[in-house]
Design a protein around this ligand. Structure first.
Ligand SMILES: O=P(O)(O)OC[C@H]1O[C@H](OP(=O)(O)OP(=O)(O)O)[C@H](O)[C@@H]1O
Ligand SMILES: Nc1nc2[nH]cnc2c(=O)[nH]1
Length: 189
C-alpha cells in the first residue's frame, strides 16, 4: 500500500533534483559550518513549519554544539504554487528572542518574503544575531532581498516538492526533492 502510494506520487514528478544521498551529504556540510560558527553560543534554532521539518530534524543531528530548538508556523502559499504576498503567522515561537543568537532553518527561499518578514520580526524582538540556513535557494525569483548565510543547493525556477515541500499539502513525505509536473497544478489554479 505504502509502495503503491509512493509510486502514484512519483508519477507526478517531472524529474528528481536531489536524492536522499545528496540531501544527506549537503546537510552534513551545512552542519559542519554551523558547528564551527556557533561554538559556545547556544543558538536558538528555529524551524519554519511545515516545509522545513524534515531538514531541521536531519540538520540538528549534524550540529555539534549545545543548541535549543523552537518552531514557528508561517504560511503564504496556501494551496497555490504562487506566493499570496502575505505572510501569516499560524503559530509563534515559545522562546524569548531578546539576546539570543537565532538561526532560522528553512526548506526554501523563493520570493524571500517569508524570511524577510521573519528576520525583521526577530530583529524587532532584539535577537543578538539572526542568520538563515536553507536547504534550497531559488535566487531567480527573489522579490525582496534576503541575506542567506547557509544554503544547501541553488535551484532553478520550478515548483519543487518532496522532503517537506508540498503542493496542496501533498508530497511532503517523498524522500527526495523533485520538480512537480505542471499538469498537476495548471488545471487547479
Ligand atoms: O520565499 P517565499 O516566496 O516566501 O517562499 C518560501 C516559503 O514558502 C514555503 O512555505 P509555505 O508558505 O508554502 O508553507 P509550508 O512551509 O507550511 O508549506 C516554504 O516552506 C517557505 O517558508
Ligand atoms: N513546495 C514548494 N513550496 C515553495 N514555496 C516557495 N517556493 C516553493 C517551491 O518551489 N515549492
Amino acid at each position: 500500500m505504502l509502495k503503491e502510494l509512493r509510486a502514484m506520487m512519483h508519477q507526478d514528478i517531472e524529474s528528481i533534483l536531489y536524492d536522499q544521498a545528496a540531501i544527506q551529504q549537503v546537510t552534513a556540510k551545512l552542519g559542519k559550518q554551523v558547528t564551527a560558527d556557533y561554538q559556545g553560543k547556544n543558538p536558538l534554532v528555529i524551524c519554519v513549519l511545515k516545509g522545513a521539518v524534515l531538514f531541521m530534524a536531519d540538520l540538528v543531528r549534524q550540529i555539534d554544539t549545545h543548541l535549543e530548538m523552537d518552531f514557528m508556523d508561517v504560511s503564504s502559499y496556501g494551496n497555490s504554487t504562487v506566493s499570496s504576498g502575505e505572510v501569516k503567522i499560524v503559530k509563534d515561537v515559545n522562546t524569548q528572542i531578546a539576546g539570543r543568537d537565532v538561526l532560522i532553518v528553512e526548506d526554501i527561499v523563493d520570493t524571500g518574503r517569508t524570511l524577510h518578514y521573519l528576520v525583521d520580526l526577530f530583529k524587532y524582538r532584539q535577537a543578538k544575531s539572526v542568520k538563515i540556513c536553507t536547504l534550497l535557494d531559488k535566487p531567480a525569483t527573489r522579490v525582496v532581498p534576503v541575506q542567506v548565510d547557509y544554503a544547501g543547493f541553488k535551484v532553478p525556477d520550478a515548483f519543487l516538492v518532496g522532503y517537506g515541500l508540498d503542493y496542496a499539502e501533498r508530497y511532503r513525505n517523498l524522500p527526495y526533492i523533485g520538480i512537480l509536473k505542471s499538469a498537476v497544478y495548471q488545471l487547479k489554479q
